[in-house]
Design a protein around this ligand. Structure first.
Ligand code: ADP
Ligand code: ZN
Length: 528
């Protein structure tokens, strides 16, 4: 194993898990590999065929990605080709089925449409493994869902006893949930792929220590795009490239234009561009002919570019899973890199936007909940890395990572007992069935119809909070949510806030002289 690693790839040591996974594949076991982007998953399916001298079949979602991998494997003297709609050379198919290749890449569509004789011929010469890269595309809920991924298990008809290896960087909320959702026999997301009753599962650490995580709020103004340009110009000066993720195609085009006008070498990538134009953008980016790629989330599945120094999110992503994956595309070479997220409060109300029309109630709820976690991440006043890791079910041994905006920033805090009392009691008095805007309106003495119709202008808290802006109050709401003094409930598309148990305790004990002050961290919005 080590000599193959050295000879073909020039590395002298395996990274964590690689060796174990390769060994299991050689033993004929099915494997599920869940490891962070950049942790070296590819080698897990590239080395076994070289040792066994039998072809590995690799299912991969994008032609551009396959072309890159095939090219770099060929440069290492490894026999690799891809089969896809753009592969017109018929001899490649003959070479592939005769088993002369070390690796043959194909899209799931291609894999499902190849005839039985292809597989039987290839199997006669021997198949070392079948790898399903970006295996989370099997899931119907993700943005990346691909119909043909769901059909891949049909290949089992031709390929029994071939080890199947699923690889993904997408984890779910916690490990236990992950096992339940993905691997419970008969119903799990991945289990149809596996013949093994108990496939070997490798889940790596999700900590990417070289990545700095930062979050800032923004206003949708023209000058904001200028600020964005200022920010990336700093990064570009140091070399390497930047990806800017936008939440809509319109934003993508807008930012792209602005960068072009600022003489920055930028490319664009989104779902409404033609295949050719997209592949061209991708190629230029990979070859360092572009400094910045402005794109929707459509860009990046498998973007293997070691020197992406900076990933910017213009708008809050729809879930922490997608945020983690997109942000993980920087710093693959292990050098310090930056992930900066810009959110505006209106981003958090976008569940509808992400849902579309034809969607079940359960799906809508799941999407809204994901969005709420992303919101929580934005409004954090504690270490962002710790939050991310815990979300993915990893125990973080630290309270402060030293490489996120919170840990590095001058984290200020002060006694917010009075303000918290006002907000919580106002939420409680107005019945706990409104969004955060209502109590803020009441505190600020608004005469809006909703306030007056509900007689909230008669509440004792009415107008007592005029000395703070609505933004300030909402930020305090965010802090009280994260510190578990109140909770947010999703009903259909609305979100309501209510005071929970510890919030009520706080309210009850506030009249007592001995109540200690409620010291809470101040978010950026509360300081500015
Ligand atoms: P993933 O598929 O998990 O996102 P890759 O397989 O693309 O990650 O690997 C990311 C980078 O790490 C690549 O540049 C690769 O060359 C490098 N790499 C992988 N394994 C090793 C190793 N054992 N030693 C050194 N570098 C490695
Ligand atoms: Zn931190």
């Amino acid at each position: 194993m080590e000599s193959v690693l050295k000879r073909y790839f020039g590395h002298s040591q395996f990274r964590p898990y690689q060796k174990e996974i390769i060994q299991k594949v050689l033993d004929g076991r099915d494997c599920l590999v869940v490891m962070a982007t950049g942790s070296g998953k590819s080698l897990c399916y590239q080395i076994p065929p070289l040792i066994r001298e039998k072809t590995a079949v690799v299912i991969s979602p994008l032609i551009a990605l396959m072309q890159d991998q095939v090219m770099s494997l060929k440069q290492r003297g490894i026999k690799a080709e891809y089969l896809g709609s753009t592969q017109t050379d018929q001899t490649v198919y003959f070479i592939a089925e005769s088993g002369k290749l070390d690796l043959v890449y194909m899209t799931p569509e291609k894999a499902c449409s190849l005839c039985e004789s292809f597989w039987t011929k290839l199997l006669d010469s021997g198949i070392s493994l079948l790898a399903v890269d970006e295996a989370h595309c099997i899931s119907e809920w993700g943005h990346d869902f691909r119909k043909d991924y769901k059909r891949l298990h049909q290949l089992r008809r031709f390929l029994s006893y071939v080890p199947f290896v699923g690889l993904t960087a997408t984890a779910t909320e916690n490990r236990e949930q992950f096992f339940n959702q993905n691997l419970v026999q008969g119903s799990g997301r991945y289990c149809q792929l596996f013949e093994d009753e108990e496939p070997y599962i490798a889940i790596g650490s999700f900590n990417r220590g070289n990545i700095f995580y930062g979050v800032k709020s923004y206003n949708r103004t023209v000058s904001f795009v200028d600020e964005l340009i200022g920010e990336i110009s700093n990064h570009l000066a140091g070399g390497g490239s930047t990806i800017i993720y936008c939440t809509t195609i319109k934003d993508t085009e807008h930012v792209f234009e602005a960068l072009r006008n600022a003489k920055i070498k930028a490319g664009m990538y989104h779902g409404q561009m033609g295949n050719k134009a997209r592949e061209e953008s991708h190629r230029l980016f990979i070859r360092d002919e572009l400094q910045v790629m402005v794109s929707t989330v459509a860009f990046g599945m498998g973007v293997d570019k070691p020197n992406v120094r900076c990933v910017i999110h213009y708008g809050c992503p729809k879930s922490l899973e997608s945020y983690y994956q997109e942000s993980g595309r920087c710093g693959r070479d292990g050098l310090p890199s930056i992930c900066q997220l810009y959110y505006s409060r209106s981003d958090f109300a976008k569940a509808d936007f992400y849902c579309g029309e034809s969607i079940s109630e359960d799906q809508r709820k799941a999407i809204t909940e994901s969005l709420m976690v992303a919101e929580k991440y934005c409004l954090l006043s504690t270490c962002r890395r710790k939050f991310l890791l815990q979300y993915f079910g990893e125990r973080a041994q630290f309270t402060s990572c030293g490489n996120c905006d919170i840990c590095l920033g001058s984290k200020r805090e002060r006694d917010l007992s009075r303000e918290s009392f006002l907000l919580l009691s106002c939420i409680h008095s107005s019945g706990g069935r409104w969004g955060l805007n209502m109590p803020v309106d009441i505190l600020r003495g608004s005469r809006s119809k909703k306030v007056v119709d509900n007689k909230f202008d008669k509440l004792p808290q009415y107008g007592l909070g005029k000395d703070y802006s609505p933004t300030w109050w909402k930020a305090l709401g965010g802090v009280l949510l994260t510190h578990d003094y109140m909770k947010e409930t999703v009903t259909d598309v609305y979100r309501t806030v209510s005071v929970n148990k510890s919030g009520l305790q706080f309210l009850h004990s506030s009249s007592s002289q001995h109540q200690p002050p409620l010291v809470l961290p101040l978010t950026r919005e509360m300081i500015e």
